[in-house]
Design a protein around this ligand. Structure first.
Ligand SMILES: [Zn+2]
Ligand SMILES: [Zn+2]
Length: 372
């Protein structure tokens, strides 16, 4: 672990071991997806994917895992992670690597684990945001594998895999809701409007819902116990936003998805929104120090949401919006003091229980300290 105080003097080095472990394990999971597509992959992803390209990517990833694993051993840095990466890549090759034959006519199962969706989103999100955080860092001395990055990675896995498991239920409920349109002819049918306009309307409807859900979770002590998990993050980066109690994720998704479907938006507009929401959630937590100028008032940015996570009381119960800061301006909870950034994040020196399971059980035990 190469965490260091924020003195800016540490030389940034390539986390070869962590890179090897990440690529090796992702490669191994991908090979398992090739072997057991009906249990591990998602029909939507299977339909959309370019298989020959994916095989090349898999081969490249496994070779890079081996190269960085060897580099970690020689550089004597993160050797344990390097060994994990080498072992995972070797096992992946032993199981057929990028040459596993394609399963013809994959049977459709009612239940499956969306491991492919998890592997792809983790790979591309990490690639894009680790690059951006290295190019435009807010805190340049913060390493990629900062303290508690492993915990947040487990949250990422739990919330991705868990959500894909319940996706079927939500889709089923949404399909039924499709016939019960809330507007009932009183308002024009949004599905006939241009996709870009529907998208903007969904952003507004979703964020209005999220704003008040979020505010209520801060206000009601019992609900705060769940949301405190998200606020226990002490280092902000692309992975930090993954730390959410699973029950809050379920509640939040259901609350946002239901009105969007009831209002009758087109599937295409909803799909674009889902991609947008996934990206902006990662973005607002990222360790990116770019000054977005007036755009900071239009769309949620890292500085806007970093203040929501600030440890200092001046920022408690501020910046609840996830997409549109104008909602905080409207409802009197906006906080963006000039060009300043918070000094520290978290529950004001009162951390939660350690570990994924302990943090999931904590809301049922007692109210955490540091409630706003
Ligand atoms: Zn919050
Ligand atoms: Zn957050």
């Amino acid at each position: 672990m190469s965490s260091s105080p924020a003195n800016g003097t540490r030389v940034r080095r390539l986390p070869a071991g962590a890179l090897s472990a990440a690529l090796g394990l992702l490669g191994l999971l991908s090979v398992l997806c090739f072997h057991f597509p009906e249990w591990l992959t998602t029909p939507e992803v299977r339909a959309a994917i370019d298989l020959p390209l994916l095989r090349k990517l898999l081969l490249g990833g496994l070779l890079a895992a081996i190269a960085s694993g060897v580099a970690a051993l020689f550089l004597r840095a993160e050797r344990r992670a390097g060994l994990i990466g080498l072992a995972a890549a070797a096992l992946a090759f032993a199981l057929g690597g990028h040459t596993v034959p394609e399963t013809q006519a994959v049977p459709l199962r009612t239940f499956y684990i969306g491991l492919d969706y998890f592997v792809l989103s983790l790979f591309f999100t990490a690639l894009a945001f680790v690059t951006l955080e290295r190019l435009f860092p807010k805190r340049a001395d913060q390493p990629v594998m900062r303290a508690e990055a492993g915990l947040d990675l487990r949250y990422f896995a739990l919330n991705h895999l868990g959500v894909s498991l319940i996706l079927l239920t939500v889709n089923g409920a949404a399909a039924m809701a499709g016939d019960v349109r809330l507007t009932g002819g009183l308002l024009p049918d949004p599905a006939v409007m241009p996709i870009w306009l529907q998208f903007l309307m969904i952003v507004l409807v979703a964020d209005l819902t999220q704003y008040w859900q979020h505010r209520v979770f801060h206000r009601v002590p019992f609900l705060w116990r769940f949301h405190a998990v998200h606020h226990s993050v002490r280092r902000m980066d692309w992975l930090a936003g993954s730390r959410l109690h699973f029950l809050e994720v379920l509640f939040q998704r259901a609350l946002v998805v239901v009105p969007i479907h009831l209002l009758g938006f087109a599937r295409e507009a909803i799909d674009i929104y889902v991609i947008f929401a996934g990206i902006i959630t990662v973005f607002i937590h990222a360790n990116i120090g770019v000054d977005f100028g007036w755009l900071r008032y239009v769309i949620a940015t890292p500085s806007f949401h970093h203040w929501h996570h600030a440890a200092s009381p001046e920022a408690h119960d501020r910046n609840f919006a996830v997409h549109l800061p104008v909602l905080d301006l409207l409802f009197g909870t906006f906080h963006l003091p000039g060009r300043r950034w918070p000094d520290a994040y978290g529950l004001d020196g009162k951390p939660l229980a350690q570990g994924l399971i302990a943090q999931h059980l904590q809301p049922f035990r007692r109210a955490p300290d540091g409630a706003p």
